[in-house]
Write a protein that binds this ligand. Structure first.
Ligand code: C2O
Ligand code: CU
Ligand code: CU
Length: 572
């Protein structure tokens, strides 16, 4: 009964809006180094005359676009003004390389009425990131109700390329989300009724875009649905960037598959098209079995998601955004650059791990596509650390999907490069920096990343499926990045500090990446007695004679400009 009502709503809505397009909302941009983000209640009219309760950041729905420069130190004051009971939240900077304490995962809870103010340096390359809540079991509902925003980073490498970059004029943020509603027009989750397509929270949107090269920053911000982006008449576009940065070369294509959490920056050449209209579409009929949004998601034993076929978007080619081509702006970009930046993919690694994505009940045909799913047999637990890594290690992670549905696997802290897919080559459009990868059923993907700069013995980062219903169901794990010493909460200044050789016989060398003035070092034996101490000025190589020390374990402590770092070494 409820189902029929909702399907009826869908067609009603199509009827109401089919001819009455709405101008695409462009979220306001905010720049600088200090940002106030107020997480608040609001209302939004998705259906004519009906106010649906939503959540927004500094507004009724979605959040402002934060635009920052690489190397800037930023402060984000996130205030939780949500009403209702038990409405704590968190705020995660998806794709950003920040300390675990500042990451905004499930452990950095912002209680109602409280303000959380992480501070960090922007270390990522220019790209399109986003922010959204990540509370335990709450991500789907809070994101679906509207909590999400763009986080755009600029840098000098990007600035050196002739690209459209006037926000809202030739450079557009495009977050695509499908939403489900209950019979009272409240946003619903964990149903297959996500029939309403929104772009930047606008229903049936149109965008007036100038007849020149324009840039679309596509973000799949949906809870579950994958889009196979394309344009009317298969018009060609150029992919210039993926999750974590620009590609080496722009890549002409006419389809781009983006799963929840993934981003793609594309250039679209609208020259000579003034007065014409084209559509950004999802060509979902072309998506293969197992991808949420394709015509079928059928497991190896024939299991299906109940009511999946009732959703008219599944397996359909549907319009997402109407683009009306209007007059050129002054100073238009008229060419598409070929060479962009020089990424060096990581090839060698120090350690490998495997993450098996599995249905809880292997032999349940429906469970193979519906879940609940686990990773290596475990569901997420706030109290458990699933993996421990060592800082500065390069790791190769195999994500092995043993289920009947494709899962977008996301890793916090780092950007990775995809090393291989099922042992085979990686298509060009997936050769850039990524933080989400869609892993097909009964397949694996191997990714390589370096875990650098931030160690913390207690606060973990997350890895998880970015289908938010799966994530909330526990398809998530945690990892610590630790230093090899006991007290490892360090400034970045010392993150690349190394000592060698270890074990040592006579001389141990301390090497820092920066020139240290007034570096002070102390060596303690295993009962805590200071055995050597000294001071060195203006050096990044300190050689210490330890030949007279008895064999055993020692701790070396280095202090400079208020920063302190300790490491263990063994004297032979
Ligand atoms: Cu966008 Cu852990 O998430
Ligand atoms: Cu993330
Ligand atoms: Cu999943």
């Amino acid at each position: 009964m409820k189902k029929q009502f909702l399907i009826a709503n869908f067609f009603l809505c199509m009827a109401v809006y089919a001819c009455s397009q709405n101008p695409l909302t462009i979220p306001p941009a905010i720049t600088g180094t200090a940002f106030n983000l107020n997480v608040q209640n609001g209302t939004t009219q998705f259906f004519d005359g009906i106010n649906t309760p939503t959540y927004g950041i500094n507004g009724d729905i979605l959040g402002p676009t934060i635009i920052v420069n690489k190397w800037d130190w930023v402060t984000l004051n996130v205030t939780n003004s949500l009403t209702g009971t038990g409405n704590s939240t968190t705020m995660h900077w998806h794709g950003l390389h920040v300390p675990a304490m500042a990451d905004g995962g499930p452990h950095q809870i912002i209680e109602q009425g409280a303000t959380w103010s992480p501070q960090f340096q922007i270390l990522n390359n220019a790209s399109t990131f986003w922010y959204h809540p990540h509370g335990l079991g709450k991500t789907d509902l809070q994101v679906a109700r509207g909590l999400a925003g763009f986080f755009i980073i600029k840098d000098s490498a990007e600035a050196a390329i002739n690209l459209p970059r006037s926000y809202g004029i030739d450079d557009f943020p495009i977050v695509v989300q499908t939403k489900a509603f209950d019979i009272l027009y409240q946003v619903a989750i964990a149903t297959q009724d996500d029939t309403l397509v929104c772009v930047n929270a606008t229903v049936d949107p149109f965008l007036n875009a100038p007849a020149q090269v324009v840039r679309l920053r596509l973000l799949n911000g949906s809870s579950m649905r994958v889009y196979n982006f394309g344009f009317t008449n298969d018009k060609e576009f150029n992919l210039i960037g993926t999750d974590g940065g620009l590609l080496n070369n722009s890549l002409p294509m006419n389809r781009l598959l983006l799963a929840p959490g993934e981003r793609g920056e594309i250039l679209l050449d609208l020259q000579g098209m003034e007065g014409q209209t084209i559509y950004l579409m999802s060509n979902s009929s072309e998506m293969v079995n197992g991808i949420y949004g394709a015509a079928t998601v059928t497991g190896m034993m024939g299991g299906e998601i109940p009511d999946y076929n009732l959703n008219p978007l599944n397996g359909a080619d549907f319009e997402i955004l109407q683009i009306n081509v209007v007059a050129q702006t002054a100073d238009p970009v008229l060419t598409i650059p070929d060479v962009l930046v020089a990424n060096e993919p990581l090839i060698t690694y120090d350690n490998t791990r495997t993450f098996n994505l599995q249905p809880d009940v292997m032999m349940d045909p429906e469970g193979q596509v519906m879940g609940p799913f686990n990773i290596n047999g475990e569901h997420f637990d706030m109290e458990v650390i699933n993996e421990t890594l060592y800082i500065n290690d390069v790791e190769k992670w195999r994500i092995q999907n043993n289920t009947g549905i494709a899962h977008p696997f996301h890793i916090h802290d780092i950007q990775f490069n995809i090393d291989n897919i099922n042992g085979g080559p990686v298509p060009l459009h997936l050769q850039g920096l990524k933080d989400v990868v869609l892993v097909m059923p009964m397949s694996y993907v191997e990714v390589i990343a370096k875990f650098e700069d931030f160690a913390d013995d207690e606060v973990p980062y997350m890895y998880h499926c970015h289908m938010l219903h799966h994530e909330d169901d526990g398809m998530m794990g945690s990892f610590l990045v630790v230093d090899t010493t006991k007290n490892s909460i360090q400034s970045q200044l010392f993150s690349n500090w190394i000592i060698y050789p270890n074990p040592v016989i006579d001389f141990i060398t301390v090497q820092t990446i920066t020139m240290e003035s007034n570096a002070e070092y102390k060596i303690f034996n295993d009962i805590g007695e200071k055995v050597i101490s000294s001071q060195k000025n203006n050096t990044n190589n300190i050689e210490i004679n330890v030949s007279q020390l008895p064999a055993g374990a020692y701790l070396i402590q280095l202090k400079s400009s208020g920063n302190q770092l300790t490491k263990y070494f063994v004297k032979l």
